[in-house]
Design a protein around this ligand. Structure first.
Ligand SMILES: [Zn+2]
Ligand SMILES: [Zn+2]
Length: 265
C-alpha cells in the first residue's frame, strides 16, 4: 500500500470520536462542493445535449433536503469509522490486483442489485409518499438533486452500504473505487444533459452501463429505470423504459424530453 494511505489509515484507526467527526464533516463537504462544481461544468459543457428542460430556480426545500442529506452522510461516515475501529467492519488492506478488481466488481453488482430492489420497493404506493416522493418532486434534475433526498432514503442507502461491507470484508482500494464511482454515476444521472457519445448505447457491454438519460428518464417516468449503475436489472425484470434509445438520441440531437414527441410515460 502506498505510504500516504498507510499513514492515513493508521491515523484514522486511532482517531477519537471528535477527530473522526471532524474528518467526516470535511470529507463530505468536499464531496458535496466538488460534485456541485463538476456538475455545473458538465451542464455547461454538454448544454447542447439536453435531456430535460432547464430546472426551476433552486428552492429552499431543495437546500433543506440537501443539507439534511450531507449531515446524515456525515453520521453514516462516522458510524462506518467507529464500527471499523471496533472490529465490526473488516477491511482488506492488501494490494493483490485480482482481489481489488474482484471486490470492485462485486461491490458494484451487489449494490446495484440491492439498490434496484429497494428503489422498486420505495415506489410502492404505501412507501412512496413517506420515503421517495421528495426526490421525485424534481422532474428536471440538476447536480444538487443528487442530494435532494428524504432523510429515510439517505439513511437507507448508508445502512445498506455499511451492512454490505460488514458482511463482506472488502479491499480498501475497491471501497474507494466503488464510492467514487457511486458519486460519479449519481452525479451523471442528475445533470439533465447527456455527455455520453452516440456510440454508447450501441456498443456491446458499454450499452449496459447507465447514462444520464437513463436516470433522468426515471424522474419524468417513475415506472421505469430503477437501476443506478447498470441497465442489467431493468432489462432482466422488464422495467427498462421503452423510450430509452429515443430519449438518448433526442438528447444527443439537442431536443429535451418535453419538446420531443410525447412518449408513453
Ligand atoms: Zn434521481
Ligand atoms: Zn424513484
Amino acid at each position: 500500500m502506498p505510504k500516504i494511505f498507510e499513514n492515513f489509515f493508521a491515523e484514522l484507526e486511532q482517531m477519537s470520536l471528535l477527530e473522526a467527526t471532524t474528518w467526516a464533516i470535511l470529507e463530505n463537504l468536499i464531496i458535496f462542493i466538488v460534485c456541485l462544481i463538476v456538475g455545473h461544468i458538465l451542464v455547461r459543457r454538454y448544454g447542447d445535449y439536453p435531456i430535460t428542460e432547464t430546472p426551476d430556480p433552486i428552492s429552499r426545500l431543495e437546500i433543506l433536503f440537501a443539507t439534511s442529506c450531507v449531515t446524515l452522510n456525515i453520521v453514516v461516515t462516522v458510524v462506518g469509522i467507529i464500527t471499523w475501529q471496533n472490529g465490526i467492519i473488516h477491511v482488506d488492506f492488501g494490494m493483490n490486483p485480482l482481489r481489488i478488481i474482484f471486490d470492485t466488481i462485486l461491490l458494484i453488482f451487489a449494490m446495484d442489485f440491492a439498490m434496484y430492489f429497494f428503489h422498486r420497493m420505495a415506489h410502492h404506493p404505501r412507501l412512496y409518499p413517506l420515503i421517495h416522493h421528495t426526490h421525485h418532486r424534481f422532474e428536471n434534475p440538476r447536480p444538487l438533486t443528487l442530494f435532494v433526498l428524504n432523510p429515510f432514503e439517505t439513511l437507507g442507502f448508508g445502512t445498506l452500504w455499511l451492512l454490505v461491507i460488514t458482511v463482506y470484508p472488502a479491499n480498501w482500494l475497491a471501497i474507494i473505487i466503488y464510492l467514487t464511482l457511486n458519486i460519479v454515476f449519481g452525479l451523471v444521472g442528475h445533470i439533465g444533459v447527456e455527455p455520453m457519445p452516440d456510440a454508447w448505447v450501441n456498443s456491446p457491454f458499454i450499452r449496459y452501463i447507465s447514462t444520464s438519460t437513463f436516470h433522468a428518464e426515471h424522474h419524468f417516468d417513475d415506472e421505469h429505470n430503477f437501476g443506478f449503475y447498470t441497465l442489467i436489472w431493468d432489462r432482466l425484470f422488464g422495467t427498462i423504459s421503452p423510450d430509452y434509445l429515443d430519449d438518448f438520441s433526442s438528447a444527443r440531437q439537442g431536443i429535451p424530453h418535453h419538446q420531443g414527441v410525447e412518449t408513453s410515460s
